[in-house]
Design a protein around this ligand. Sequence first.
Ligand code: ATP
Length: 292
Amino acid sequence: MMMHEIELKARAKINLALDVLSRREDGYHNVRMVMQTVDLYDYITIRKTKSPGIKLKSDYKWLPEDERNIAYKAAKLMFDSYSIDEGILINIHKKIPVAAGLAGGSADAAAVLVGLNKLFDLKKTKKELMDLGYQLGADVPFCILRGTALAEGIGEKLTQLPSMPFCYVVIAKPLFSVSTAYVYQNLDLNNLSYHPDIEEVIKGIQMGDLEHIAKNLGNVLETVTIKEHPEINDIKKKMIEFGALGALMSGSGPSVFGLYKDKKEAQAAYTELKLHSQVKDVFIATIFNRER
Ligand code: ATP
């Protein structure tokens, strides 16, 4: 039967570890990151329409609904690459905070690539979609792969890791936002006194040892963001105080996440952070592992 509409969950990511190795000529940075999908998601539907072309709507009023939206760009790339001349309407119910270090935009783009592959029965492999997604952004291939992975290069070279042990992930988005470009530009690469021990995080994942992972969480970009927004440290402390095994800023921030083994503790942390004067949104998510 011909498919007419498809529903997708575009899931956010957190960085269990993020290290920056060097700055490249083109302004990008060579990184080493451990990425993990969480089940906080934007809900996306793509419906075929009678009139040809791409239309996009979102319930989040600050997001563009034209070519500036990365989900629109993803659809355009699929239409151009595979000569699709039909019509679609993409609907995005936004839940992942925007410009927050959670790869919300990349997740939306990834979902559109995967969704259109199914909707038009294109039979492209995951690898083909990941290569295409790289043109849209370095995080897009991971958002297609999902689960637990080591990302190198500018974030696009992915090595799958064993699934991370299940836990609750409390995610708090502070009141302010930061641009990824600003954070990288202001990173003082030559004077970093600290680098996360990525091998130890990977070891923790391989051993299935949540405590070991939590103890070794680290993100060099905190040096830039926390200097300007010490609130991030307050939020991390609160997460730990309420039972997190570890807490960290995700990506270029400013979102902070805490890992909890115990659901009750995660709920208590959620309730506390809801009342925090520096926090805009709080979510309780869980680790999302790759479907087998
Ligand atoms: P990363 O963790 O990969 O650095 P991020 O979570 O910090 O990403 P995003 O939410 O992905 O940041 O988006 C950053 C910018 O992209 C915003 O300024 C936003 O206006 C723009 N944008 C375009 N399309 C989207 C979309 N579908 N969802 C979110 N942001 C979008």
